[in-house]
Design a protein around this ligand. Sequence first.
Ligand SMILES: Nc1nc2c(c(=O)[nH]1)N[C@H]1C(S)=C(S)[C@@H](COP(=O)(O)O)O[C@H]1N2
Ligand SMILES: [Mo]
Length: 395
Amino acid sequence: MPGVRSPAPTDYSQEPSRHPCLKINSKEPFNAEPPRSALISSYVTPVEFFYKRNHGPIPIVDDIERYRVSIFGLVENPKELSMADIRKLPKYDVTATLQCAGNRRTAMSKVRTVKGVGWDVSAIGNAVWGGARLADVLELVGIPMLAITTPSGGKHVEFTSVDMCKEENGGPYKASIPLKQATSPEADVLLAYEMNGEPLNRDHGFPLRVVVPGIIGARSVKWLDSIVITAEECQGFFMQRDYKMFPPSVNWENISWPTRRPQMDFPVQSAICSLEDVNLVNDGKVTVAGYAVSGGGRGIERVDISVDGGKTWVEASRYQKPDAPYTADDMCCDKWAWVLFKAEVDIPQDAEIVAKAVDIAANVQPEDVAVIWNLRGILNTSWHRVKVWVGQAKL
Ligand SMILES: Nc1nc2c(c(=O)[nH]1)N[C@H]1C(S)=C(S)[C@@H](COP(=O)(O)O)O[C@H]1N2
Ligand SMILES: [Mo]
Protein backbone atom coordinates (compact mmCIF):
# COMPACT_ATOMS: atom_id res chain seq x y z
CA MET A 1 0.00 0.00 0.00
CA PRO A 2 2.54 2.62 -1.07
CA GLY A 3 1.68 6.33 -0.67
CA VAL A 4 1.12 8.64 -3.59
CA ARG A 5 4.71 8.91 -4.76
CA SER A 6 5.97 12.18 -6.07
CA PRO A 7 8.56 11.76 -8.74
CA ALA A 8 12.08 12.04 -7.40
CA PRO A 9 14.40 13.58 -9.98
CA THR A 10 16.89 11.12 -11.45
CA ASP A 11 19.55 13.79 -12.00
CA TYR A 12 20.85 16.92 -10.30
CA SER A 13 19.30 19.51 -12.61
CA GLN A 14 16.58 20.54 -10.13
CA GLU A 15 18.51 21.05 -6.91
CA PRO A 16 17.43 23.87 -4.58
CA SER A 17 19.67 26.93 -4.15
CA ARG A 18 22.02 26.97 -1.15
CA HIS A 19 23.99 29.51 0.83
CA PRO A 20 27.30 30.30 -0.90
CA CYS A 21 29.30 30.05 2.33
CA LEU A 22 28.70 26.29 2.61
CA LYS A 23 31.76 24.16 2.04
CA ILE A 24 30.82 21.52 -0.52
CA ASN A 25 32.27 18.11 0.27
CA SER A 26 30.43 16.38 -2.58
CA LYS A 27 28.35 18.11 -5.23
CA GLU A 28 26.28 15.18 -6.50
CA PRO A 29 24.77 14.05 -4.18
CA PHE A 30 24.95 17.40 -2.39
CA ASN A 31 26.88 17.22 0.88
CA ALA A 32 27.96 20.45 2.48
CA GLU A 33 28.76 22.01 5.85
CA PRO A 34 29.04 25.60 7.13
CA PRO A 35 32.32 27.23 8.17
CA ARG A 36 33.22 26.46 11.80
CA SER A 37 32.61 30.05 12.91
CA ALA A 38 29.02 30.04 11.60
CA LEU A 39 28.11 27.13 13.85
CA ILE A 40 28.76 28.92 17.11
CA SER A 41 27.20 32.25 16.24
CA SER A 42 23.82 31.01 17.43
CA TYR A 43 22.46 28.29 19.68
CA VAL A 44 19.80 27.42 17.08
CA THR A 45 21.49 26.89 13.73
CA PRO A 46 19.91 28.94 10.93
CA VAL A 47 18.48 26.63 8.25
CA GLU A 48 20.80 27.95 5.54
CA PHE A 49 23.86 27.08 7.66
CA PHE A 50 22.59 23.66 8.70
CA TYR A 51 24.66 20.87 7.11
CA LYS A 52 23.07 19.05 4.17
CA ARG A 53 23.62 15.31 3.88
CA ASN A 54 22.10 13.48 0.90
CA HIS A 55 22.48 10.22 -0.98
CA GLY A 56 20.67 11.22 -4.18
CA PRO A 57 18.94 14.11 -5.94
CA ILE A 58 16.59 16.19 -3.75
CA PRO A 59 12.96 15.06 -4.28
CA ILE A 60 10.27 17.50 -5.35
CA VAL A 61 7.03 16.89 -3.48
CA ASP A 62 4.83 19.61 -4.92
CA ASP A 63 1.30 18.24 -4.61
CA ILE A 64 0.72 18.56 -0.88
CA GLU A 65 -3.01 17.86 -1.27
CA ARG A 66 -2.25 14.40 -2.63
CA TYR A 67 0.74 13.68 -0.39
CA ARG A 68 0.13 10.70 1.90
CA VAL A 69 2.19 8.78 4.45
CA SER A 70 1.13 5.15 4.47
CA ILE A 71 1.42 3.15 7.66
CA PHE A 72 1.18 -0.61 7.20
CA GLY A 73 2.87 -3.94 7.94
CA LEU A 74 2.34 -5.81 11.22
CA VAL A 75 -0.38 -3.49 12.40
CA GLU A 76 -4.06 -4.11 12.96
CA ASN A 77 -5.37 -0.89 11.50
CA PRO A 78 -3.24 0.35 8.51
CA LYS A 79 -3.88 3.90 7.33
CA GLU A 80 -2.85 6.57 4.86
CA LEU A 81 -2.39 9.97 6.46
CA SER A 82 -2.51 13.32 4.72
CA MET A 83 -0.57 16.36 5.92
CA ALA A 84 -3.88 17.66 7.30
CA ASP A 85 -4.27 14.48 9.40
CA ILE A 86 -0.75 14.91 10.78
CA ARG A 87 -1.26 18.62 11.52
CA LYS A 88 -4.43 17.76 13.48
CA LEU A 89 -2.32 15.96 16.09
CA PRO A 90 -0.83 18.01 18.95
CA LYS A 91 2.23 19.92 17.72
CA TYR A 92 5.50 19.54 19.60
CA ASP A 93 8.57 21.73 19.27
CA VAL A 94 11.69 19.78 20.13
CA THR A 95 15.11 21.41 20.14
CA ALA A 96 17.45 18.67 19.01
CA THR A 97 20.95 18.46 17.60
CA LEU A 98 21.34 16.35 14.48
CA GLN A 99 24.81 15.05 13.77
CA CYS A 100 26.05 12.93 10.92
CA ALA A 101 27.97 9.83 11.98
CA GLY A 102 30.62 10.97 9.49
CA ASN A 103 31.25 14.28 11.28
CA ARG A 104 35.05 14.81 11.64
CA ARG A 105 35.80 11.99 9.18
CA THR A 106 38.53 13.97 7.40
CA ALA A 107 40.62 13.97 10.58
CA MET A 108 40.17 10.21 10.98
CA SER A 109 41.27 9.61 7.38
CA LYS A 110 44.65 11.15 8.25
CA VAL A 111 45.40 8.12 10.45
CA ARG A 112 44.64 5.68 7.65
CA THR A 113 42.38 5.94 4.59
CA VAL A 114 38.66 5.55 5.27
CA LYS A 115 35.75 5.31 2.85
CA GLY A 116 33.13 8.06 2.81
CA VAL A 117 32.46 11.74 2.25
CA GLY A 118 35.05 13.90 4.02
CA TRP A 119 33.68 16.22 6.71
CA ASP A 120 35.33 18.76 8.95
CA VAL A 121 33.63 19.46 12.33
CA SER A 122 30.39 21.01 11.03
CA ALA A 123 28.28 18.02 9.95
CA ILE A 124 26.10 18.96 12.90
CA GLY A 125 23.41 21.51 13.69
CA ASN A 126 20.87 22.35 16.36
CA ALA A 127 17.30 23.07 15.27
CA VAL A 128 13.83 23.50 16.71
CA TRP A 129 11.86 20.76 14.99
CA GLY A 130 8.09 21.18 14.94
CA GLY A 131 5.71 18.36 14.20
CA ALA A 132 3.62 15.46 15.45
CA ARG A 133 4.99 12.94 17.87
CA LEU A 134 5.50 9.55 16.21
CA ALA A 135 3.94 7.91 19.31
CA ASP A 136 0.71 9.86 18.63
CA VAL A 137 0.76 8.91 14.95
CA LEU A 138 1.17 5.24 15.82
CA GLU A 139 -1.80 5.46 18.18
CA LEU A 140 -3.92 6.32 15.11
CA VAL A 141 -3.15 2.86 13.70
CA GLY A 142 -3.95 1.21 17.02
CA ILE A 143 -0.47 0.88 18.54
CA PRO A 144 -0.57 2.07 22.15
CA MET A 145 2.07 4.17 23.92
CA LEU A 146 5.05 2.18 25.25
CA ALA A 147 4.30 -0.86 23.07
CA ILE A 148 7.21 -3.26 22.67
CA THR A 149 5.44 -5.43 20.13
CA THR A 150 2.20 -5.40 18.13
CA PRO A 151 -0.20 -8.40 18.43
CA SER A 152 1.05 -9.63 15.03
CA GLY A 153 4.70 -9.48 16.11
CA GLY A 154 5.84 -6.03 14.94
CA LYS A 155 8.92 -4.87 16.84
CA HIS A 156 10.48 -2.28 14.53
CA VAL A 157 9.31 0.83 12.75
CA GLU A 158 10.79 1.29 9.29
CA PHE A 159 10.80 4.66 7.53
CA THR A 160 10.99 4.77 3.73
CA SER A 161 11.66 7.86 1.66
CA VAL A 162 11.10 8.78 -2.00
CA ASP A 163 14.67 9.67 -2.96
CA MET A 164 16.73 7.47 -5.27
CA CYS A 165 20.06 6.29 -3.90
CA LYS A 166 22.69 4.39 -5.84
CA GLU A 167 23.54 2.35 -2.72
CA GLU A 168 19.94 1.03 -2.83
CA ASN A 169 20.25 0.34 -6.59
CA GLY A 170 18.18 3.41 -7.36
CA GLY A 171 15.66 2.69 -4.59
CA PRO A 172 14.74 4.95 -1.70
CA TYR A 173 16.63 5.66 1.52
CA LYS A 174 15.37 3.63 4.51
CA ALA A 175 16.05 3.14 8.21
CA SER A 176 14.28 1.73 11.25
CA ILE A 177 14.11 2.21 14.99
CA PRO A 178 12.75 -0.16 17.65
CA LEU A 179 8.98 0.05 18.26
CA LYS A 180 9.74 0.67 21.93
CA GLN A 181 11.53 3.92 21.10
CA ALA A 182 8.93 4.93 18.51
CA THR A 183 6.05 4.59 20.98
CA SER A 184 7.80 6.18 23.94
CA PRO A 185 6.55 9.73 24.48
CA GLU A 186 9.79 10.48 26.34
CA ALA A 187 11.91 9.62 23.30
CA ASP A 188 10.46 12.65 21.47
CA VAL A 189 10.64 11.01 18.04
CA LEU A 190 8.93 13.44 15.66
CA LEU A 191 7.41 13.53 12.23
CA ALA A 192 8.55 17.09 11.65
CA TYR A 193 7.05 19.55 9.18
CA GLU A 194 8.81 22.62 10.58
CA MET A 195 12.43 23.56 11.17
CA ASN A 196 13.09 26.69 13.27
CA GLY A 197 9.45 27.74 12.95
CA GLU A 198 9.36 27.61 9.16
CA PRO A 199 8.04 24.86 6.90
CA LEU A 200 10.80 22.31 6.25
CA ASN A 201 12.63 23.14 3.05
CA ARG A 202 13.42 20.66 0.29
CA ASP A 203 16.99 20.03 1.40
CA HIS A 204 15.89 19.01 4.88
CA GLY A 205 12.96 16.77 3.90
CA PHE A 206 9.90 18.74 2.74
CA PRO A 207 7.11 18.09 3.47
CA LEU A 208 7.77 15.65 6.31
CA ARG A 209 10.78 14.02 7.91
CA VAL A 210 11.55 11.84 10.87
CA VAL A 211 13.66 13.33 13.65
CA VAL A 212 15.03 10.79 16.11
CA PRO A 213 16.79 12.79 18.83
CA GLY A 214 19.97 11.49 20.42
CA ILE A 215 21.03 9.06 17.71
CA ILE A 216 23.07 9.39 14.52
CA GLY A 217 21.50 11.55 11.82
CA ALA A 218 21.26 8.61 9.40
CA ARG A 219 18.06 7.36 11.07
CA SER A 220 16.21 10.68 10.69
CA VAL A 221 14.70 9.86 7.30
CA LYS A 222 13.80 12.84 5.09
CA TRP A 223 10.91 13.06 2.56
CA LEU A 224 8.94 10.39 4.41
CA ASP A 225 6.79 8.15 2.22
CA SER A 226 5.81 5.22 4.40
CA ILE A 227 6.09 3.74 7.86
CA VAL A 228 6.17 -0.04 7.97
CA ILE A 229 5.82 -2.06 11.16
CA THR A 230 8.14 -5.05 10.83
CA ALA A 231 9.35 -8.02 12.85
CA GLU A 232 13.03 -7.42 12.03
CA GLU A 233 15.05 -4.25 11.79
CA CYS A 234 15.27 -2.62 8.36
CA GLN A 235 17.36 -4.65 5.90
CA GLY A 236 18.27 -1.62 3.77
CA PHE A 237 21.83 -0.72 2.80
CA PHE A 238 22.21 2.13 5.27
CA MET A 239 21.23 -0.07 8.22
CA GLN A 240 23.04 -3.28 7.24
CA ARG A 241 26.05 -2.33 5.11
CA ASP A 242 26.87 1.15 6.29
CA TYR A 243 26.80 3.17 9.53
CA LYS A 244 28.19 0.34 11.63
CA MET A 245 31.16 0.82 13.94
CA PHE A 246 33.94 -1.72 13.37
CA PRO A 247 37.13 -2.20 15.38
CA PRO A 248 40.47 -0.95 13.96
CA SER A 249 41.40 -4.53 12.97
CA VAL A 250 38.63 -4.79 10.39
CA ASN A 251 39.54 -3.93 6.79
CA TRP A 252 37.85 -4.38 3.40
CA GLU A 253 39.26 -7.94 3.09
CA ASN A 254 37.98 -9.33 6.38
CA ILE A 255 34.82 -7.29 6.96
CA SER A 256 31.66 -9.19 7.89
CA TRP A 257 28.74 -6.78 8.05
CA PRO A 258 26.30 -9.00 10.01
CA THR A 259 28.69 -9.20 12.98
CA ARG A 260 27.83 -5.63 14.07
CA ARG A 261 24.63 -3.84 14.94
CA PRO A 262 23.52 -0.71 13.12
CA GLN A 263 24.88 2.28 15.03
CA MET A 264 22.17 4.16 16.88
CA ASP A 265 23.26 6.22 19.92
CA PHE A 266 25.79 8.97 19.48
CA PRO A 267 28.77 9.04 21.89
CA VAL A 268 29.95 12.23 23.60
CA GLN A 269 31.41 14.75 21.15
CA SER A 270 32.86 18.27 21.12
CA ALA A 271 34.74 20.50 18.72
CA ILE A 272 36.40 23.90 18.79
CA CYS A 273 34.80 26.19 16.21
CA SER A 274 36.47 29.53 16.94
CA LEU A 275 39.77 28.30 15.48
CA GLU A 276 40.87 26.44 12.37
CA ASP A 277 43.28 23.48 12.40
CA VAL A 278 46.23 25.85 12.17
CA ASN A 279 46.10 29.49 13.32
CA LEU A 280 48.37 32.46 13.55
CA VAL A 281 47.31 35.02 16.19
CA ASN A 282 48.64 38.44 17.19
CA ASP A 283 48.77 38.03 20.93
CA GLY A 284 48.64 35.26 23.46
CA LYS A 285 44.95 35.65 24.43
CA VAL A 286 42.70 33.31 22.52
CA THR A 287 38.97 32.56 22.64
CA VAL A 288 38.29 28.86 22.53
CA ALA A 289 34.61 28.29 21.71
CA GLY A 290 32.67 25.39 20.26
CA TYR A 291 29.93 22.85 20.77
CA ALA A 292 29.53 19.76 22.95
CA VAL A 293 26.77 17.17 22.75
CA SER A 294 26.13 13.57 23.71
CA GLY A 295 23.69 10.89 22.56
CA GLY A 296 20.72 9.23 24.20
CA GLY A 297 19.55 12.43 25.92
CA ARG A 298 22.63 12.45 28.13
CA GLY A 299 23.46 16.05 28.86
CA ILE A 300 26.92 17.62 28.95
CA GLU A 301 28.48 17.77 32.39
CA ARG A 302 31.51 19.89 31.47
CA VAL A 303 34.00 20.78 28.77
CA ASP A 304 37.74 20.81 29.54
CA ILE A 305 40.21 22.94 27.58
CA SER A 306 43.97 22.48 27.43
CA VAL A 307 46.57 24.75 25.82
CA ASP A 308 49.43 22.28 26.22
CA GLY A 309 48.15 19.29 24.30
CA GLY A 310 46.34 17.77 27.28
CA LYS A 311 48.84 18.06 30.13
CA THR A 312 46.83 20.67 32.08
CA TRP A 313 43.20 21.68 31.80
CA VAL A 314 40.76 24.47 32.59
CA GLU A 315 37.00 24.18 32.53
CA ALA A 316 35.10 26.13 29.85
CA SER A 317 31.90 28.00 30.62
CA ARG A 318 28.81 27.38 28.58
CA TYR A 319 26.35 29.73 27.00
CA GLN A 320 23.13 29.59 25.04
CA LYS A 321 23.45 32.98 23.43
CA PRO A 322 26.83 34.26 22.28
CA ASP A 323 28.02 37.19 24.41
CA ALA A 324 25.30 36.73 27.04
CA PRO A 325 26.49 35.51 30.44
CA TYR A 326 25.67 31.96 31.39
CA THR A 327 22.78 31.90 33.84
CA ALA A 328 21.30 29.31 36.16
CA ASP A 329 18.39 29.00 33.71
CA ASP A 330 20.75 27.61 31.10
CA MET A 331 21.32 24.65 33.39
CA CYS A 332 17.87 23.38 32.43
CA CYS A 333 19.22 22.89 28.98
CA ASP A 334 17.30 21.16 26.23
CA LYS A 335 17.65 17.44 26.73
CA TRP A 336 18.51 16.63 23.11
CA ALA A 337 20.51 19.71 22.27
CA TRP A 338 24.14 20.71 22.23
CA VAL A 339 25.71 23.20 24.59
CA LEU A 340 27.98 25.93 23.32
CA PHE A 341 31.13 26.46 25.36
CA LYS A 342 33.72 29.20 25.67
CA ALA A 343 37.02 29.82 27.46
CA GLU A 344 39.43 32.73 27.21
CA VAL A 345 42.94 31.34 27.53
CA ASP A 346 46.50 32.62 27.58
CA ILE A 347 48.67 30.57 25.30
CA PRO A 348 52.39 30.02 25.04
CA GLN A 349 54.17 30.94 21.81
CA ASP A 350 53.26 27.68 20.26
CA ALA A 351 50.16 25.88 21.57
CA GLU A 352 48.16 22.77 20.91
CA ILE A 353 44.68 23.62 22.13
CA VAL A 354 42.45 20.67 23.00
CA ALA A 355 38.77 20.33 23.90
CA LYS A 356 37.20 17.30 25.52
CA ALA A 357 33.66 16.97 26.80
CA VAL A 358 32.28 14.82 29.59
CA ASP A 359 28.61 13.83 29.61
CA ILE A 360 26.35 13.32 32.64
CA ALA A 361 27.16 9.59 32.67
CA ALA A 362 30.84 10.63 32.96
CA ASN A 363 31.58 9.29 29.49
CA VAL A 364 34.53 11.17 28.04
CA GLN A 365 35.90 11.56 24.52
CA PRO A 366 38.80 9.25 23.63
CA GLU A 367 42.22 10.91 23.55
CA ASP A 368 43.51 9.47 20.34
CA VAL A 369 41.72 9.11 17.01
CA ALA A 370 43.85 6.07 16.08
CA VAL A 371 42.24 3.89 18.78
CA ILE A 372 38.76 4.45 17.33
CA TRP A 373 39.81 4.30 13.68
CA ASN A 374 37.31 2.33 11.62
CA LEU A 375 37.20 1.69 7.89
CA ARG A 376 34.03 3.72 7.28
CA GLY A 377 35.40 6.63 9.26
CA ILE A 378 32.38 7.08 11.50
CA LEU A 379 32.08 8.51 15.01
CA ASN A 380 35.34 10.39 15.23
CA THR A 381 34.76 11.73 18.72
CA SER A 382 38.42 11.96 19.72
CA TRP A 383 39.76 15.04 21.55
CA HIS A 384 39.57 17.96 19.18
CA ARG A 385 43.00 19.57 18.70
CA VAL A 386 44.03 22.77 16.94
CA LYS A 387 47.40 24.47 16.64
CA VAL A 388 48.02 28.13 17.40
CA TRP A 389 51.16 30.22 16.93
CA VAL A 390 51.63 33.72 18.30
CA GLY A 391 53.14 36.29 15.90
CA GLN A 392 54.96 35.24 12.76
CA ALA A 393 56.86 32.41 14.40
CA LYS A 394 57.11 29.16 12.47
CA LEU A 395 54.67 30.07 9.70
N1 LIG B 1 15.63 10.19 2.60
C1 LIG B 1 16.83 10.44 3.12
N2 LIG B 1 16.92 10.68 4.44
C2 LIG B 1 18.13 10.93 5.00
C3 LIG B 1 19.31 10.90 4.23
C4 LIG B 1 19.18 10.64 2.84
O1 LIG B 1 20.17 10.63 2.09
N3 LIG B 1 17.93 10.41 2.33
N4 LIG B 1 20.53 11.12 4.84
C5 LIG B 1 20.58 10.83 6.28
C6 LIG B 1 21.81 11.26 6.93
S1 LIG B 1 23.14 10.24 6.75
C7 LIG B 1 21.85 12.36 7.75
S2 LIG B 1 23.25 12.71 8.64
C8 LIG B 1 20.69 13.27 7.87
C9 LIG B 1 21.06 14.67 7.41
O2 LIG B 1 19.98 15.54 7.52
P1 LIG B 1 20.07 17.02 6.95
O3 LIG B 1 20.48 16.97 5.50
O4 LIG B 1 18.72 17.60 7.16
O5 LIG B 1 21.11 17.73 7.76
O6 LIG B 1 19.58 12.84 7.10
C10 LIG B 1 19.40 11.44 7.03
N5 LIG B 1 18.16 11.18 6.32
MO1 LIG C 1 24.82 10.95 8.15
